[in-house]
Ligand binder design. Structure first.
Ligand code: ZN
Ligand code: ZN
Length: 171
């Protein structure tokens, strides 16, 4: 099933929407199935229900292969359902809570997490030309936690955004 969800939809405003540099290859069906299975395991381990809505939204994030705004998920989500924006938003919050997706604040976008592990501080390389984003390790959570706790602050999450040009746009 091909979805009409392209990288163009994920273009953050203010970035060059005419960028014609090559994007990433779409996720393979095998990887998609593996990621969905792993996500279900993560949810089940946390005692949460892996509902069709949650699976559907996670699948759309995986297929987008980059940052995508919740609003832009609606048309693809509703291709076979009535549009229910709150359902999509709730699913995104759920995925974020499990560390299966991250919110990228400056883009007002969400992106599937590429490791699906427990909640972690996410670091992103964000291309200012094509709007792509790539999550990178290291996980800075321990460093951020220590820095906060030293000041009596209990951190609940962090997202590091590193701006620049991706490999495709540099070439
Ligand atoms: Zn992540
Ligand atoms: Zn780029």
């Amino acid at each position: 099933m091909r979805l009409a969800l392209t990288r163009a939809l994920a273009h953050p405003s203010g970035m060059d929407s005419t960028c014609s540099h090559g994007g990433d290859a779409p996720i393979s069906e095998a990887r998609l199935r593996a990621s969905l299975l792993r996500a279900e395991e993560v949810a089940t381990k946390e005692g949460e229900k892996w509902t069709p809505n949650r699976a559907r939204v996670y699948e759309l994030l995986l297929r987008a292969g980059g940052p995508v705004k919740a609003y832009d998920l609606m048309p693809a989500y509703s291709a076979d359902k009535a549009t229910k924006p709150p359902t999509v938003y709730r699913a995104l919050e759920f995925l974020e809570g499990l560390g299966l997706a991250h919110r990228i604040p400056s883009l007002s976008a969400f992106m599937a997490c590429n490791d699906g592990g427990p909640t972690h501080a996410a670091s992103f390389l964000i291309c200012t030309c094509c709007g792509s984003a790539e999550e990178i390790t290291p996980d800075l959570a321990p460093i951020i936690s220590r820095a906060g706790l030293r000041r009596g602050f209990e951190p609940h999450g962090a997202t590091l955004e590193i701006r620049g040009l991706c490999q495709n746009c540099r070439d």
